[in-house]
Design a protein around this ligand. Structure first.
Ligand code: IDP
Ligand code: MG
Length: 156
């Protein structure tokens, strides 16, 4: 199974959209293996968005991400990274397709509600940045045998 890091950004928390967003991941069949609410420090946000350091929006992005509480989640499932990026939609709310999280809930190219890792490699780094090993839980999701075909011994 694959894992991905999700951040419900400060606008999602302030707008009361946490439950609506999380419900989409649960309904899809992803398992939540870690979750916590916190305020991010500037240094951790700067590391998380290091690849955008030279972009004109970098300063306001760091300010935005440290402006209020966020929810950090680790979701698990087959192809979790790609599945979540599809559910999340295009970066800007005004471009994202209806039916996606950003397409349904957002208008902005900056305040776009949610982050999702963009590759398995990035997910590993990001999960380790935001979660200690003992904050990630191992358990058997009760509905796994209905979400997947497990008759062959592994989830498909
Ligand atoms: P992603 O979140 O869809 O992976 P990235 O291009 O990696 O998008 O950008 C990281 C974050 O930076 C975005 O989620 C958004 O909050 C912000 N951002 C990206 N492009 C712009 C822009 O053109 N103006 C303002 N903020 C932006
Ligand atoms: Mg990105």
């Amino acid at each position: 199974m694959d894992r991905t890091l999700i951040i419900l950004k400060p606008d999602a928390v302030q707008r009361g959209l946490m439950g609506g967003i999380i419900q989409r991941f649960e309904s899809k069949g992803l398992a939540t293996v870690g979750m916590k609410m916190t305020m991010l420090s500037r240094s951790v946000v700067e590391a998380h968005y290091e690849m955008h350091r030279e972009k004109p929006f970098y300063g306001s992005l760091v300010n935005f991400m440290t402006s209020g509480p966020v929810v950090l989640m680790v979701l698990e499932g087959n192809h979790a990274v790609d599945v979540c990026r599809k559910l999340i939609g295009a970066t800007a709310g005004f471009k994202a397709e209806p039916g996606t999280i950003r397409g349904d809930y957002g208008m902005s190219g900056a305040n776009n509600l949610i982050h999702g890792s963009d590759s398995n490699e990035a997910a590993k780094v990001e999960i380790a940045r935001f979660f200690k090993a003992d904050e990630l839980l191992t358990y058997q999701p009760a509905l796994q045998h209905w979400v997947y075909d497990t008759s062959g011994g592994k989830a498909q």
